[in-house]
Design a binder for this molecule. Structure first.
Ligand SMILES: Nc1ncnc2c1ncn2[C@@H]1O[C@H](COP(=O)(O)OP(=O)(O)OP(=O)(O)O)[C@@H](O)[C@H]1O
Ligand SMILES: [Mg+2]
Length: 252
């Protein structure tokens, strides 16, 4: 029988329950996330689309513990991360979550290797291990020959790949990417998209990517759409079908 496995058998990595986020701006309260409930399985590859201002980045920031929801719970296993203290949160984030932003935020004075090592040093790994892990990740993103270059000596795509290596150096369970190729040309974007899909498949890492790039959105096996702070669409396609779509789009 070639029935797909029932969804119940998969393990949720993170569960968001009735999450709301409000910002107080002057005398006004902006209700930016509204009753978001969402479950991400271990190893899933998910894209999020939606108009500017829909709340995509805010959702990622809350999921990534960079910001706290106003109401609701975010559960990693049995741990509700909205209840952790600031130092507990910082340690949790360092070990569990990798971030890639639209702007790479690399430190200009440091080399590619030093930039990629940074989370490992913050996570108090011995410098030798931090260096080794960063070299392995930079090699995985195709930058073994650029370890000693500073960001100003790298192309836009290379800079973004260093940012991805940095996000992966602690081998996070969850990679959150907010328009990771928003500033890159089409060809370089495709390379970075391929890399993200490869990392998802090879490392079974859960990936959530916010994008305005419809080609990228369509290549993922699960696609979410946000509108005015709500999840309005959450579609899964057969992973093999999504993979075939990716291969088709590469060969054209
Ligand atoms: N710190 C803040 N204080 C007040 N309002 C905020 C804050 N951060 C975001 N907002 C508002 O929340 C709404 C959602 O912002 P968000 O950055 O999540 O949108 P987005 O979907 O990522 O948009 P884009 O596609 O343009 O990046 C916007 O209207 C924005 O002005
Ligand atoms: Mg945004």
């Amino acid at each position: 029988m070639s029935q797909p496995a029932p969804r119940e058998s998969s393990t949720p990595l993170v569960r968001v329950e009735e999450m709301n986020k409000e910002f107080t701006h002057g005398a006004r309260v902006l209700h930016v996330l509204r009753d978001i409930s969402l479950s991400l399985d271990a190893g899933e590859m998910v894209t999020i689309i939606g108009a500017s201002g829909a709340g995509k980045s805010t959702l990622l920031h809350c999921l990534g513990t960079l910001d706290l929801p106003t109401r609701g719970r975010i559960l990693f296993g049995d741990v509700d991360i909205t209840r952790l203290s600031p130092p507990e949160l910082a340690a949790f984030r360092n070990r569990t979550i990798g971030f890639v932003f639209q702007f790479h935020h690399l430190l200009a004075e440091f080399t590619a290797l030093e930039n990629a090592m940074m989370p490992a040093l913050i996570g108090r790994l011995p410098p030798k291990e931090a260096r080794e892990r960063a070299s392995v990740m930079l090699e995985a993103v195709g930058l073994a020959h650029r370890l000693s270059h500073r960001p100003g000596e790298l192309s836009g795509g290379e800079q973004q790949r260093v940012a991805i290596a940095r996000a992966l150096v602690m081998e996070p369970k969850l990679l959150l990417a907010d328009e990771p190729t928003g500033n890159l040309d089409t060809r370089t974007s495709e390379e970075v998209h391929d890399l993200i899909f490869r990392l998802n498949e090879e490392r079974a890492m859960t990936v959530l990517v916010v994008t305005h790039n419809m080609d990228l959105a369509r290549m993922a096996p699960r696609r979410i759409r946000m509108e005015d702070g709500r999840l309005v669409d959450d579609k899964r396609v057969d992973p093999d079908e999504a993979r075939a779509g990716r291969q088709g789009s590469r060969s054209t």
